[in-house]
Design a protein around this ligand. Structure first.
Ligand code: GLU
Length: 311
């Protein structure tokens, strides 16, 4: 049945998972399992330089160790809508791109990153880059290979997120026309994720709230492709005790280190407590959290700052 509840976890296999990834995986698993839904594992290995098969294998091993089993997807391509690794799905992205090109929604862009950066306001401090529209009306540039961009319009894209609440973005102001295929031929995340979530029947997309603007870009793409968008549920971000977003630099919070000092139940218990699902950080198996899960405590904060004593 196509309209069953289906969530997904879509890690990029560019390193070992850390506590932030575990938090996302556990919450999205619980969110669908607590309502009788299915959970899918998709390997987002679009970036050939950074993605490694070995990391995908370790992600699967870490998920199994945590007790988070998937109903569909993974390296073994379980299910009807595979393959479930993005590196093997280029034909589907090409088809979607052809449709967008045919409807006049795209244009080739010959700008280099340096050229785009030179057009940005000097004091823009949040790291956001807004494409200035340079190539919208340019026909060709003989010595360069183009990227392909999707046109956006000057209008608000509004949506209600299951956790983060109401959000509205004007894509023309927030990011400008965005990339679907890079000049080196690599598929962009935004196109791949929309094509895949739609083709795999995903109805609930849960991930970190650093991807809220991406949700607006993806809604825009769903509309251009005539597809219906899933429900979005953006989680608070976990920060280290210094208040910074977790990254590969937080080696002590990587699964490699965490598995040395925790049992699966102790790590799951800690993560559930950070999410506000349990009153104490006591060990608990993931499946015992299914009846305890609620989205409610996740709605109360945008950031979860770790205190050193919890780990
Ligand atoms: N592959 C992305 C990441 O690991 C996930 C994006 C998503 O869930 O849409 O950050």
């Amino acid at each position: 049945m196509r309209n069953e509840l289906k969530g997904r976890f879509a890690p990029s296999p560019s390193g070992r998972m850390h506590l932030g990834n575990i938090f996302t995986a556990l919450m999205s698993w619980l969110s669908v399992k607590s309502r009788g839904g299915k959970w899918l594992l998709r390997i987002e290995d679009l970036d050939p330089q950074r993605s490694k098969y070995e990391y995908a294998r370790l992600i699967e091993d870490d998920l199994r160790w945590l007790g988070l089993d998937w109903d569909e997807g993974g390296l073994d391509n379980i299910g009807p809508d595979g393959p479930y690794s993005q590196s093997q799905r280029g034909n589907l992205y090409a088809e979607a791109l052809d449709r967008l090109i045919a409807s006049g929604d795209t244009f080739p862009c010959y700008c280099t990153r340096a050229e785009i950066m030179a057009t940005q306001a000097p004091h823009q401090s949040d790291g956001r880059v807004v494409y200035p529209g340079t190539c919208r009306n340019l026909i060709s540039h003989p010595d360069r290979k183009p990227s392909i961009r999707l046109k956006v319009t000057d209008e608000q894209i509004a949506f209600t997120d299951l956790i983060a609440g109401h959000h509205s973005y004007n894509l023309a102001r927030e990011c400008g026309d965005f990339i679907l295929k890079r000049a080196d031929g690599a598929w962009a995340y935004q196109l791949a994720v929309v094509v895949d979530d739609a083709a795999m029947g995903v109805t609930e997309v849960m991930r970190g709230n650093d991807l809220l603007l991406s949700a607006a870009q993806q809604i825009w793409l769903y509309r251009r492709l005539g597809l219906s968008a899933p429900t979005f549920a953006h989680l608070p971000l976990i920060c280290n005790s210094a208040g910074q977003r977790l990254s590969k630099r937080d080696a002590s919070l990587s699964m490699e280190a965490l598995r040395k000092i925790h049992s699966p139940e102790s790590l799951v218990g800690l993560t559930a407590h950070l999410a506000g699902l349990t009153a104490t950080p006591d060990p608990i198996p993931a499946k015992d959290l299914i009846p305890l899960f609620s989205h409610q405590p996740l709605k109360t904060t945008h950031l979860i700052q770790l205190s050193a004593k919890l780990l």
